[in-house]
Ligand binder design. Structure first.
Ligand code: APR
Length: 308
């Protein structure tokens, strides 16, 4: 039997995730949204593309949760995106209400699912999903680190004219402007970035990475990024469904790693069939640890606002 991935929120990121997943023929897909007809229309359109690309995948759209029953993975993208001038944290109250309800409705029907959250503010919404589903922490994670690291990789590739495949970047911390791009651990074909790029160029790339989401929001004017975030989710789904033991940066539950406890936070994590198999700890210097701590304080303060 094919695997099943339900995506709640069939807007820009949700439907683009469905597109990436269908193209990889990873699973049957269910798209759920509150807007009548929209998930059904997008699902049918995508279904009709399958003969062209030669993939056998069933795509279903719905305004209710029944078709999500027995999902292997639930992806949550429901909620509001940012408008120009807004920070991700400005979305907290509205999106908490939406994500809380989505988590309750889906877990009833798919008690064994693994959850991947995308709705912002990401680390806080992932924590909320973990609480509302009552799942073990390794079965709930958020997508942010792949995106932030991919942005940094893209900027390094543009700067150096080297293939993106040769560029490894690692961005840790909360998914906000205080995220922590690691310049000593990031590298081009094994050579650390801080040995290749002059300090001012490196600093410019770090700054552009931190503000990467905002750059897209100001260009789009309505809505936020969707291709790259959705590609990040697809990579996580693939790692889980294929039990790849793939290490990617993700928002994961911290249990002492990096000196942090009881928050969801961006760190390299190994993903496989059971969800998060392991959180990887880099050796960080004082400056990197201080930046990570600052980022964690911001996430913890927002989690506290939820009064869970
Ligand atoms: N149940 C299901 N779907 C919902 C609900 C709900 N309770 N509330 C809102 N939605 C749907 C909206 O109808 C919309 O189609 O969520 C979808 C969100 O899609 P977009 O507005 O296109 O936003 P998107 O760009 O996909 O971003 C979604 O992900 O990256 C984050 O910051 C972003 O929080 C935002 C989320």
């Amino acid at each position: 039997m094919r695997k099943k991935v339900s995506i709640i929120g069939a807007g820009m990121t949700g439907s683009t995730t469905a597109h990436w997943l269908a193209e990889r023929e990873l699973a049957d897909i269910v798209l759920v949204d509150i807007v009548e007809g929209m998930p059904q229309g997008k699902a049918l359109d995508l279904q009709e593309a399958m003969p062209v690309i030669g993939k056998d995948v069933t795509v279903t759209g719905a305004n209710d949760y029944e078709p999500t029953a027995d999902s292997d993975i639930v992806v949550i993208t429901a909620g509001l995106p940012r408008k120009p001038g807004m920070s991700r944290d400005d979305l907290l109250a509205t999106n908490a209400e939406i994500v809380g309800k989505v988590a309750e409705e889906t877990i009833k029907r798919s008690p064994n699912a693994i959850y991947i959250v995308l709705t912002n503010p990401l680390d806080v919404m992932t924590y909320l999903t973990w609480k509302k589903t009552g799942l073990p922490a390794n079965k709930v994670m958020g997508q942010a680190g792949i995106l932030d690291s991919a942005r940094m990789r893209a900027f390094v590739a543009m700067e150096l004219g080297v293939s993106v495949e040769n560029i490894n970047c690692y961005v840790l911390g909360g998914h906000g402007d205080s995220m922590v791009p690691l310049t000593r651990h990031s590298n081009v074909a094994g050579v650390p970035l801080n040995k290749i790029l002059p300090p001012d160029r490196l600093e410019a790339i770090v700054e552009r990475t931190r503000k990467g989401g905002g750059e897209i929001v100001s260009l789009l004017k309505t809505g936020s990024a969707f291709y790259a975030p959705a590609a990040g989710i697809a990579q996580m789904v693939e790692a889980i469904l294929k039990d790849k033991h793939l290490i990617v940066p993700a928002a994961v539950y911290m249990q002492g790693e990096y000196g942090l406890n009881d928050i969801y936070f961006g760190a390299p994590a190994q993903l496989g069939a059971s969800g998060v198999e392991k959180v990887i700890e880099y050796e960080l210097n004082e400056e990197e640890m201080a930046a990570l701590k600052k980022s964690a304080e911001g996430v913890a303060a927002n989690i506290a606002k939820l009064n869970l």
